[in-house]
Design a protein around this ligand. Structure first.
Ligand code: SR1
Ligand code: MG
Length: 424
């Protein structure tokens, strides 16, 4: 059976059917006659090989880790074990929020291969945000996913022994964690080797790198990220990790999964929506042509937070069975009000972290290594720089003033003001 299970070897369109044909979990879906299978490499991410494999009976996704960072090449080695962490994260997310992540059909640790459900006709949300397409139900799925995975993967819910074993398992994901620590929290704040930015931003970039408050607050956020193992995070929850169709929203790609602060996933997600909001003038056919769509994006942001808070509160009241804020100390003592007070405090922490992490995400996607397609695809450099500058300005506000911004309406108002006034 090819070298499946043997020494690691990257798949190719030519070798894929021969190598995966003997795997029953796949042939059950595509049929045993591999001459009817066709494979196409579709990976456009930064790290892995991704194939769609189809036959007249169906299709599956085959994702294989490469031993290096695809975006950079083999000068930047990266362990294959990230596939193991992605597999374990997918299994946990499927248990915590059923139906939102792809079903895993087969996992081969040696080959770093995950074979999973193919979502069709879904596309990557980031591409949809460039095309100006709306998706009913998007905010609800994303808000629920965040609340359910973050709550159910935490000490608020999990059995203590299981959770400690799980923290130990994911603690081995050192290299991917290091990528986030470096690219998100450090590189943007000095002239690091892998950084790049649109040249019209030079002045603003110098200003931000000289900004003492921004530097200190971004490092406080890094400290939170490194030290607060609150829950199992998706770890890379941007709009490239979401797939959408007209009626469905799915979440993919949790290879950066790690235990960290709850607000990291929500923050990265919202930060990507705000960047997409600022990028819209770069994709409008006429000046102001995307105004209504921009309004829709801000509405999605508002709804994600509302759904997240409501579902997190429901889970707090109904599923708080872990070692923190035990019901025995609160409800069982008749102290329901105290429980609600504690919930409000926890949500307040997550809110502030969310804003801070959204801010660092917006800054890193403009100054550090991996940028976003919404901005990269704006050919006019002046216009691109204006869009990026607005993201940087909101990002800075969120990082530095996260404890002074008390509602999503206020933050969205700030975004609207920056969209109108600010340029490079
Ligand atoms: C070297 S990897 C760069 C980025 O791509 C991934 O999607 C993560 O966001 C990572 O930070
Ligand atoms: Mg990814």
């Amino acid at each position: 059976m090819g070298n499946i299970g043997g020494t690691y070897e990257p798949l190719s369109v030519k070798t894929l059917a021969g190598r995966l044909g003997p795997v029953t979990a796949i042939s059950n879906r595509l049929g045993a006659d591999i001459s009817t299978w066709t494979s196409k490499e579709i990976g456009d991410g930064n790290l892995n090989l991704v194939f769609i494999v189809s036959s007249p009976l169906g299709s599956v996704i085959v994702k294989q880790a490469l031993p290096y960072v695809r975006l950079v090449g083999d000068s930047w080695p990266l362990p294959l074990k990230r596939s193991f962490f992605e597999y374990h994260a997918l299994v946990r997310q499927a248990g915590r929020d059923p139906g939102t992540v792809p079903e895993v059909y087969h996992f081969d640790e040696t080959q770093a291969i995950i074979v999973m459900e193919f979502f069709t006709p879904h596309k990557i949300l980031r591409h949809s945000l460039i095309a100006g397409e709306k998706h009913p139900g998007l905010a609800e799925v994303l808000g629920l996913f965040c609340a359910r995975t973050l709550f159910r993967g935490s000490d608020l819910c999990m059995d203590t022994a299981k959770r400690k074993a799980d923290v130990a398992l994911f603690a081995e994901s050192v290299e991917l964690c290091d990528i986030t620590e470096t690219l998100v929290f450090s590189d943007p704040y000095f002239n690091a080797e892998r950084n790049h930015h649109t040249r019209q931003l030079d002045r603003l970039v110098a200003e931000l790198r000289a900004d003492i408050d921004l530097k200190v607050e971004s490092q406080h956020l890094k400290s939170k990220f490194c030290n607060n193992a609150e829950t199992l995070l998706h770890g890379d929850f941007h709009t490239g990790s979401v797939m959408v169709s007209e009626s469905e929203t799915k979440v993919i790609d949790p290879e950066f999964a790690l235990y960290g602060p709850m607000g990291f996933d929500t923050g990265m997600l919202l930060g990507n929506f705000w960047m997409a909001y600022f990028a819209q003038p770069g994709h409008a056919d006429t000046p102001g042509g995307r105004a209504a769509y921009q309004g829709w994006i801000l509405g999605v942001v508002e709804e994600i937070w509302a759904v997240f808070s409501a579902e997190f509160s429901r889970l707090w009241r109904e599923e708080r069975s872990g070692i923190l804020y035990q019901q025995t100390l609160f409800e069982d003592q008749g102290h329901r009000l105290a429980s609600e007070q504690a919930l409000a405090h926890r949500l307040q922490h997550i809110w502030q972290d969310t804003l801070g992490f959204a801010g660092v995400e917006m800054i890193r996607r403009t100054l550090s290594l991996a940028h976003i397609a919404e901005n990269d695809t704006i050919e006019n450099e002046e216009l691109r720089a204006d869009c990026e500058a607005r993201g940087l300005r909101l990002g800075r506000q969120l990082v530095v003033n996260r404890c002074r911004l008390h509602s999503m309406a206020t933050v969205n108002d700030l975004a609207r003001i920056i969209a109108k006034e600010a340029k490079q």
